[in-house]
Every structure is written in C-alpha cells, then in structure tokens.
Ligand binder design. Structure first.
Ligand code: GLU
Length: 304
C-alpha cells in the first residue's frame, strides 16, 4: 500500500482558532500513527481577504502546538497557472460559461422568482441557486483574459457536468484513523454525492483564475493527498470535489469530516473570537496540552 498523505489547508483570512487547530491536529496525529506524510498548504487565492500576517501567525501557532510538516509549503497564490489550465480543460469540454451578473443582479432575479408558494431552491449552505441568467451564453465566449480583468466569472454548467460524470460517491473514512467521537459517518462508508444541489457554481471568480473548489481538487491531486481531513462544514462541498475530480481525471482521495467545535453560545467558532483563538489562548497562559484537551483530544494522542 502506498504511504498515506494527509494535509492541513488553512486560508489565511484570520487567526487559527480551536476548530482549525482540531483539523490540523487530527490530520497530523493520523499521519504520525500511520507512518504517513503530513503537508501544509496555504489556500490564499482570495487575495482580497488573505493577509500575510495571518499566514505568519498560523505557521507560528502550528509549530507551537508541536506540529511539523514537509517543506516547501505550497502556497496557492504561487500556482495560478495550474488552476488556469484545469479551467481550460473544463472549458474545452464545453462545461463552463461566462457570467457577467453582479451579486445585486442575481439577488434581484432570485427575489422575483422566490414566492411563498414556490420558494426558490437553495444550496446546502442556504444560498439561493444561481438563476441561470447567463447559461444560454455560448461556452465559446469563455475568455480567461476577461476573467482576470474582472469582466466575467466562469460558471460550471452543472446539468451538463453531472451528465458527463455519471453517478458519484466518496468514501468517508472516519474512525479508521481517528479517536472515537470525531467522525460523523463511520468507517469506510460510501456516501452518494449530489453536486447538482449546488447549481451552477462559480469555478473562476472575477479577477481570479480559480475558486476554492477548483484549487482544492487540483492541489490534493498534485500533492498526492490520499486522506482529506476537514470540518463538517465542508461535507456537502465534497460532492463538488468528486465531480471535478471525475471531470478532470484526477484520483479520488478518502475524506474525513470531523465534528465542528462550537462556542459557549452554540455557534460555529469565528476567526476573531478571543476566547477561542490559539494566539490569544497562548498569551493567556494555555499550553499546547491545554489546547489538545480543549478540542477534545487526549494529550497522549499526539503522534510521536
Ligand atoms: N482552506 C479551507 C478552509 O480554511 C479548507 C479546505 C479543505 O480542507 O479542503 O476552510
């Protein structure tokens, strides 16, 4: 069997908090237990929201927690060419179309279609599906230069993509690797994927030749990641990732989506909460062992 490759892939849009520390620790511990590799990847394609000071703080806090990772760290903003060529492959298959709608236009179109009798469908995150305004446009109008100038985004024609890909599923490996209580789907379960629930998603944002979904599948493949470890908030998005892997001919990793940590108010942790930020907990005297306990890991779970 090949060596397992695990990764932690933070977006430097804020400080490391207990929830993201849990993802990192689970992947790192599992790599240690399995004799696997552990990689770190900085997902910074959203250049308006990512900041170098967050990246520096994340690296510093991960090292303080006792994590070690292979060098060099892959930084997505250094690899736009890879994502451009993946988008070009999808465009060649006739699966992308240019979209010039603004958020305001989309909201207005949806508001007109959304009636109490026939509520407009929403994606698994609760966002209304794109109403398809630009779908009739010719896929031949896809122009990567105009994307990077900010004139158009590129959307996936979901119906065509799903038809081309056929039925999809992913493996949720859960407790094969983790301490009991961290998986939500058991071990080795095959989960049917329903990417159509997301509608015509944006794969290249205006001014950027990519999006989270496109970059994450390209990089997991390029880096040979065999086991993706991340929070339950990305569980439904895995359907999109399986679709893109199939369309692009990329290998299929296994997935583990761990439970999310919530704050005292029961809400998802934010990147600004002082009581849950690793940097502020550290300043207040917490030790790495305290952090492990706070995320529900026994200190002895640490990989050697
Ligand atoms: N960069 C993503 C985030 O910080 C995680 C992506 C992933 O693990 O697939 O939410």
């Amino acid at each position: 069997m090949s060596i397992p490759v695990l990764r932690f892939a933070p977006s430097p849009t804020g400080a490391l908090h207990l929830g993201s520390a849990l993802s990192a620790l689970l992947a790192h511990d599992a790599a240690g237990r399995l004799g696997g590799r552990f990689l770190l990847r900085i997902e910074d394609t959203d250049t308006t929201r990512c900041r170098p000071e967050y990246e520096t703080a994340i690296l510093d806090e991960l090292a303080w927690l006792g994590l070690t990772w292979e060098q060099p760290v892959r930084r997505q903003s250094d690899h736009f060419a890879d994502y451009r060529s993946a988008a070009a492959r999808l465009a060649e298959l006739g699966l992308l179309y240019p979209c010039t709608c603004s958020r305001t236009q989309i909201a207005a179109t949806v508001a007109a279609l959304d009636t109490p009798d026939r509520p407009w469908p929403r994606d698994p995150d609760g966002t209304p599906l794109y109403p398809g305004t630009c779908r009739p446009r010719d896929p031949a109008d896809v122009d990567p230069e105009r994307v990077e100038d900010g004139a158009q985004a590129l959307r996936l024609d979901m119906a065509r993509a799903v038809e081309r890909a056929g039925p999809l599923a992913w493996t949720e490996y859960g407790d094969a690797f983790y301490a009991p209580g961290f998986d939500i789907c058991g071990s080795g379960a095959r989960i049917p994927a329903d990417p159509a629930a997301w509608g015509d998603i944006v794969l290249c944002r205006k001014e950027t030749p990519t999006s989270y979904h496109l970059s994450v599948v390209c990089d997991d493949a390029l880096q040979g990641v065999t086991h993706v470890t991340r929070g339950r908030d990305l569980y439904e998005a895995t359907a999109i990732h399986r679709l893109l892997q199939k369309l692009l001919g990329l290998p299929e990793p296994a997935y583990a989506h761990h439970r999310l940590l919530t704050g005292a108010d029961g809400r998802k942790l934010s990147k600004t909460g002082r009581d849950t930020g690793i940097g502020s907990l550290r300043e207040d005297g917490a030790t790495p062992a305290d952090i492990r306990r706070m995320v529900g890991l026994a200190a002895g779970d640490a990989a050697g």
